[in-house]
Design a protein around this ligand. Structure first.
Ligand code: ATP
Length: 271
């Protein structure tokens, strides 16, 4: 959905809940693909140890925003990012930032589970090994076990660690991918419609997991499901046509939206 730059988007901010530390801060963040503006001067502060849901109609820029946080837009030839995105105050787009190290700090889970074509063990061990996080086989084994435990998968796979990751069910594969992200000690976990390929039971399991993970990480999730956003997130950002229209505590966005476009979207009038 291409459109020309207009006057600065007027985001409606609800007051941020007291006592939340800011983990990711975007300001004046825009993305163009070729000549088309996909994200228009987004500004938002995302708290640590909580779940922030990004909602909005198809093509409004949710995935583009997510990809700014771990510089995945670098991999898209036509993408041009401007403005600022900081993690703990550090500019992500700074030349001194190594995107490979950044992507360990900012894990990403996609719509379709994408385990490597390797064993369950290797899927989780690969990252810690290449980042030199384990000094011995025992340490690596411990990281694998801890990561699979945190992802709620250990009990199901402990006796089949050397079977292919792809032999697991879709929901298990998604938890494996989450374990793989956790294994390299991320600070932020991005999830782009992580449940859209899963059945309701696997979805419920991932939602429980998201709730557990927020004790330790900042999670940012793109979802098309209003119900899921309401269930799992503490903060919600509503995007429309590349602009962040409204952002604040989920309860307020869903019960008392201040922008008509948010109201229309959450009540199913468009999108
Ligand atoms: N690789 C790309 N090249 C060119 N344009 C792109 C690319 N990726 C996204 N766009 C465009 O940027 C805009 C925002 O897309 P984006 O995927 O971020 O939206 P979204 O809100 O995540 O959509 P959906 O909910 O359908 O996944 C759209 O107009 C889309 O067509």
């Amino acid at each position: 959905m291409a459109y020309d730059a207009q006057p600065a988007p007027a985001t409606v901010y609800h007051p941020a809940p007291a006592g939340m530390n800011i983990k990711v801060a975007a300001s004046d963040l825009s993305v163009r693909y070729g000549g088309a503006l996909a994200l228009d001067r987004v500004a938002m502060d995302i708290p640590d140890r909580s779940v922030t849901a990004c909602i909005g109609p198809s093509g409004c820029g949710k995935s583009t925003f997510l990809r700014c946080i771990n510089r995945m837009n670098d991999t898209i030839e036509t993408a041009r990012v401007s403005g600022s995105i900081r993690i703990d105050g550090e500019e992500v787009n700074d030349r001194s930032i190594d995107p490979v190290l950044l992507r360990a700090r900012v894990g990403m889970v996609f719509q379709k589970p994408n385990p490597f074509p390797k064993s369950i063990y290797e899927n989780v061990a690969y990252g810690p090994r290449i980042h030199g996080l384990a000094a011995s086989k025992d340490e690596l084994d411990a990281i694998v076990e801890t990561s699979l435990t945190k992802a709620g998968l250990w009990k199901e796979v402990a006796d089949r660690l050397h079977q292919p990751g792809t032999s697991l069910s879709g929901g298990q594969q998604q938890r494996l991918v989450i374990a793989r992200a956790i294994a390299v000690n991320p600070e932020v976990i991005l999830m782009d419609e992580p449940c859209s390929a899963l059945d309701p039971i696997a979805t419920a399991r991932i939602e429980e997991l998201i709730d557990e993970l927020r004790e330790n990480y900042a999670l940012i999730i793109v979802t098309h499901s209003m119900a899921q956003a309401a269930r799992v997130s503490q903060m919600t950002a509503f995007f429309h046509l590349g602009a962040l229209v409204e952002y604040g505590p989920t309860e307020e966005i869903f019960t008392n939206p201040r922008d008509q476009r948010t109201q229309d979207y959450i009540t199913g009038r468009f999108g």
